[in-house]
Design a protein around this ligand. Sequence first.
Ligand SMILES: C[C@@]1(CC(=O)O)C2=NC(=C\c3[nH]c(c(CCC(=O)O)c3CC(=O)O)Cc3[nH]c(c(CC(=O)O)c3CCC(=O)O)/C=C3\N/C(=C\2)[C@@H](CCC(=O)O)[C@]3(C)CC(=O)O)/[C@H]1CCC(=O)O
Ligand SMILES: NC(=O)c1ccc[n+]([C@@H]2O[C@H](COP(=O)([O-])OP(=O)(O)OC[C@H]3O[C@@H](n4cnc5c(N)ncnc54)[C@H](O)[C@@H]3O)[C@@H](O)[C@H]2O)c1
Length: 162
Amino acid sequence: MYPLFLDLTGRRVVVVGGGRVATRRVGGLLEAGAVVHVVAPSVTDKLSALVGQDSVSWEPRGYLPGDLEGALLVHTATGVKGVDAQVAWDAAAAGIWCVNAADHARSAAWTPTIARGEGAAEGIEVAVTAGGDPRRAVRVRDAIADLLAAGGLPTARFRAAR
Ligand SMILES: C[C@@]1(CC(=O)O)C2=NC(=C\c3[nH]c(c(CCC(=O)O)c3CC(=O)O)Cc3[nH]c(c(CC(=O)O)c3CCC(=O)O)/C=C3\N/C(=C\2)[C@@H](CCC(=O)O)[C@]3(C)CC(=O)O)/[C@H]1CCC(=O)O
Ligand SMILES: NC(=O)c1ccc[n+]([C@@H]2O[C@H](COP(=O)([O-])OP(=O)(O)OC[C@H]3O[C@@H](n4cnc5c(N)ncnc54)[C@H](O)[C@@H]3O)[C@@H](O)[C@H]2O)c1
């Protein structure tokens, strides 16, 4: 795996699925400035509330080939392994990065968990992966977040905040 932080400002991201996992992903994508298009027969109330925003659209139906057009990145989390595999396959064929929430071995990209600093640690973001064991990653993330909050890491700036 090759870690990167992506500037998604104004970039189109397609999310296939509208459940708990998709809702979490849409939240993070919006924070990163992405323009998000959701394809799912139904969405959570929380996601439905986000669909009112300019940067989120929702196609209320199942996935169809062609839905990924124009996307830079795709997340698929339908709970139907065959559909997620199809989306991952279509994305790969189109040269689009795809996170497959159902199958780490067939996921071209993985979502890390993030510890974000506040106050004196504002601007620090530590992304954690645990090789495909997300709850393990979350525990390490929490420990780092605690350290950041307690001032236990060297967060002094050498450049002005951007
Ligand atoms: C970090 C986090 C980011 C996020 O989702 O935002 C994330 N998963 C989180 C939570 C979580 N995931 C799962 C559970 C249920 C409990 C359990 O199974 O443990 C919970 C807990 C919950 O949901 O509360 C199940 C699960 N996850 C994957 C599979 C498929 C597989 O393993 O093959 C299955 C089995 C599905 C099934 O059974 O069908 C796959 C992936 N999950 C990843 C990321 C990538 C690997 C990152 C890494 O390991 O470093 C990867 C490869 C791809 C991706 O999805 O990006 C997020 C923590 C959010 C936070 O920050 O709090
Ligand atoms: N990677 C992770 O972080 C993680 C965590 C937990 C679970 N999972 C996996 O993600 C899946 C989804 O989890 P969830 O809790 O969001 O499930 P969920 O059942 O709440 O949501 C599934 C969503 O997919 C939609 N959907 C179903 N068929 C579809 C289709 N053909 N096209 C488009 N959308 C379709 C449904 O309408 C619903 O909105 C789980 O089954 C599991 O495989 C991944």
